[in-house]
Design a protein around this ligand. Structure first.
Ligand SMILES: [Zn+2]
Length: 257
């Protein structure tokens, strides 16, 4: 069995000092490829540098909606340059976060649209962070219509109805360990209806370890196996068959060989 952690933050402080061991443990738990996701220009650079050190490690570059207020035209120019590195497989994470509102919503919308413009220009997939902003996120994506085709809603936190809307647009849905939590019934209902060729897995580590490892403060890619087993069981499937399908979906989405 091989799984791909499609969204982790290996450059964040809790993991950065120990990446070699973290990836060893990950491989031992069948999670054999990774996409480390940048959240600002500096993290993007660290992510790209890290990909030079390990096989099967790729990067995504973006500015998190939390930091939208600091983004200038120059930032976007630099981001576009970073995105052209060979090891970069996606733009993101980008989107809207109306839960924390760390940046003004007008800034968040502007920066999200700027990311989508780069996504279209470079013909890359895009990783969406969306919290309490579902309708507006879909509206902005709609404005880019056919120019932005490969879209994944990362750490999906919506309902089955919202999942249907995402799927109807041809987009993908990615689940973190949060889906394993006891209070995550809505997300579990959503996971049940997502077809395997549109479903991806991620840890979003160092955050949010899945059950039954929730007490482990620093999440890491090795723990994604628990999430895989959990969703396979939700769908009444054997985990090997499940893993094969979602890994194939992830490779197609991110153009991995
Ligand atoms: Zn993330």
């Amino acid at each position: 069995m091989e799984l791909i952690d499609t969204h982790c933050h290996l450059t964040f402080q809790d993991l950065a000092g120990d990446v070699e061991q973290v990836l060893q443990r990950s491989k031992a738990a069948c999670v054999t490829s990774w996409i480390t996701v940048g959240t600002d220009l500096q993290e993007n650079l660290k992510a790209i540098e890290l990909t030079q050190q390990f096989d099967n490690l790729y990067a995504a570059v973006g500015i998190h909606p939390h930091d939208a207020k600091q983004v200038t035209a120059q930032t976007i120019g630099q981001l576009k340059k970073q995105a052209q590195n060979q090891r970069v497989v996606a733009i993101g994470e980008t989107g809207l976060d109306y839960h924390y509102d760390f940046s003004k919503r007008t800034d968040q919308r502007r920066v999200f649209a700027q990311h989508l413009k780069i996504t279209a220009e470079l013909n890359l997939p895009v990783i969406i962070h969306c919290r309490k902003a579902f309708d507006e996120t879909m509206d902005i994506l709609e404005q880019f219509g056919g120019d932005v085709k490969k879209v994944v809603f990362h750490c999906f936190s919506g309902s089955a109805e919202q999942a249907k809307i995402v799927l109807d647009r041809g987009f993908y849905i990615s689940f973190t360990g949060v889906v394993t939590f006891k209070n995550a019934r809505l997300k579990q209902q959503a996971a049940k209806i997502v077809p395997l060729d549109r479903l991806m897995l991620e840890t979003d580590c160092p955050y949010m370890s899945p059950e039954p490892m929730r007490k482990q403060k620093v999440n890491e890619p090795a723990l994604m196996l628990h999430t895989a087993k959990f969703i396979a069981q939700l769908k009444g499937m054997d985990v090997n068959t499940f893993a094969q399908a979602v890994t194939a979906a992830s490779k197609t989405f991110f153009n991995l060989s």
